[in-house]
Ligand binder design. Sequence first.
Ligand code: AMP
Length: 429
Amino acid sequence: MEVRGIKDRMTEIKAIRGFNDILPGEIGKWQFVENTAREVFEGFGFSEIRIPILERTELFARGIGEATDIVEKEMYTFTDRSGNSLTLRPEATASMARAYLEHQLHSFDPVAKLYCIGPMFRYERPQKGRYRQFYQIDAEVFGVDNPMVDAEVIHMLIHFLRRVGLERLELQINSLGCRECRPRYREELKGFLTKRSFRLCEDCQRRLETNPLRILDCKVESCQEAIAGAPKVTDYICEQCRKHFDRVKEYLAMAGLSFILNPRMVRGLDYYTRTAFEVISYQLGSQNAVTGGGRYDNLFQEIGGLDIPGIGFAVGMERLVSLLPAGKGFVQNPSLFVAALGDEALKEAYRIVSQLHLEGIRAELDYEGKSLKSQMRRADKLKARYVLIFGEEEFKRGRAVLRNMETKSQEEIPLQGVLNTLKKRIIGD
Ligand code: AMP
């Protein structure tokens, strides 16, 4: 069927900027990444949780922090018909923490290992690798502050990325201190940067007051110059934070993981405390952080007034998928195409294809029964592995030709028992 005349009747409607369709040709990669995540995470003792896409704005404002880029300028916030301020989730951790509290998951077991896969929404300037709707795979552990868990979560992440097939990965870690020791560092950094404030971009001038640590993360060149020689957070962390960080490093080494200490890595969200980490892929360009995460022992305080520790990470799926090798194995082509000429042959083709579908075998036919030549062209375009050809003459003799499209070899097979023959060929090799 040709799609005709739609343009004459109305202007074409396009997707919103920064919102992508994931088309059938690409979906194989996405499914592979998601399936691998499920397999690896479940193996590490994590369970899936599905949380709503909409939450009360307050959850993110309090959880992520008012003075973060996300809350200040990137949230999709609107008022619903009842006058409630709602926000499309910009990340999953705050919602997962809310669900953990709301359903008292801690009363069953204080330790909850959860993961969640789905779309997030941020009003950022769209560019390659940066979208307004994007997908994340999140994993979080609530209820344990032992550094062993920090290492375990990072270990799981690296294992997952390797299983997906990523290479040239670099794990960077840092400690951001805690409520006790970070204020001292914050003041020290603020003092240092105030002297160089003339070099800071407009955003960072403002951050100097609201959130000076975020300046360390700014990509603007003059800001990068301004922070050269800035005090390092790890020189200011308290004894407990230092011990925690040392143990994390020890456990990472026990897992055979190498890492780079990056005292400039602060992560975008306010709630992080102590361990912060990012995994960089040198296969990517400027948006080279595939994933990042960290410990957030204050988040639960902000949203529920409880002292529950947490640690986790979010992997950006678009960036991960873009790193997978093209083509092979990810696109699902039909195993069989049945090319049939004439009504009777077409009916038989339909019977065979329906039976194969019940067996989970991807099989196609041409519903219009066009010329054999055009059906063969279509089979070729769809990259079918085999084509079963019902030429009129063979069909009358109760036979068909089975063509292996890869080797181009052909054999004549009897229609009697054709399903078994096909299954043997398709599944058997
Ligand atoms: P964040 O939640 O900001 O720590 O981001 C975690 C990961 O999500 C990043 O490392 C990216 O891979 C991905 N990510 C964040 N923002 C976007 C975006 N706007 N578009 C695509 N991926 C993103």
